[in-house]
Design a protein around this ligand. Structure first.
Ligand code: ATP
Length: 236
């Protein structure tokens, strides 16, 4: 479904990504882990069209994403739930969800999707008329995921959804992401710092360090790798 090949990104003189290649098959759950500043958010921003690369290619269902603007990528079915949630704080919960739905055509599909979002996150129905800025961090994350789902995407990219959340809330968010993958069959690309949880959820994972993929493979390979165990899982 998604094929990233030899991607390079620079901010001025700083090289944020170099030779990054990654594949996400339809229906898969793929995780990218790595330390702060490794380039994880940059990778997502390049796929969704916020940051232009200096080299490489990104294809989605065979189409060349780099040749099209971010808005068209959303129409193709790519949803990006950004780091730090970035909900529209001065808009209501319902308005935030409506903003997410703009790439999707059809009233009928929207009503069905809103119903699904409310089933996954009932609090978003209870707080529909409340300003998003008054929600707790966990509720804002639910809203950010709901806004991503609102356009009925094929690929949901989630950038550190557990960031800054208490463990119990983070667990709930991970449960919902897993539910979305299982029940809705959505393809998921997840960036996470909570490596143990993220690896347990995924089919395959990549380790990104200082802009390069240093390891990739299924859960068993990553969880069994000495460096991953020491650096990311806190195990000997
Ligand atoms: P974190 O988990 O801390 O968000 P990350 O793995 O997502 O980190 P990025 O945010 O992609 O990493 O950053 C990769 C590198 O690019 C870092 O060195 C960062 O300082 C730099 N960088 C990111 N955005 C910009 C920007 N807009 N201008 C200049 N440098 C940037």
């Amino acid at each position: 479904m998604l094929e990233v090949t030899d991607l390079a990104v620079s901010y001025g003189g700083l090289r944020a990504l170099a030779g990054v290649s990654l594949v996400v098959g339809a229906g898969q759950f793929v995780t990218v882990v790595g330390p702060n500043g490794a380039g994880k958010s940059t990778l997502f921003k390049t796929i969704s069209g916020i940051v232009p690369p200096t080299a490489g290619s990104v294809r989605f269902e065979g189409e060349d994403l780099l040749a099209m603007p971010a808005s068209r990528r959303a129409h193709l079915g790519i949803a990006h739930v950004p780091e730090g949630r970035q909900v529209f704080k001065a808009m209501t919960v319902r308005e935030n969800l409506e903003m997410g739905a703009y790439p999707m055509a059809g009233r009928h599909a929207w009503v069905r999707m809103l119903d699904r979002i409310h089933t996954l996150f009932p609090i978003l129905a209870e707080r529909a008329g409340q300003f998003a800025g008054t929600l707790s961090g966990g509720e804002q994350q639910m809203l950010a995921i709901g806004r991503g789902l609102a356009c009925a995407p094929k690929l949901l990219m989630l950038d550190e959804p557990s960031m800054g959340l208490a463990p119990a809330i983070a667990d709930l968010i991970f449960d919902r992401i897993s539910q979305i993958h299982r029940e809705d069959g959505l393809t998921i690309l997840l960036v996470e710092q909570r490596v143990a949880e993220a690896l347990e959820l995924c089919d395959r994972g990549y380790v990104l360090e200082t802009g390069r993929i240093v390891l990739e493979g299924p859960y068993e390979i990553l969880a069994g790798d000495d460096r991953v165990r020491r650096s990311y899982l806190g195990l000997d």
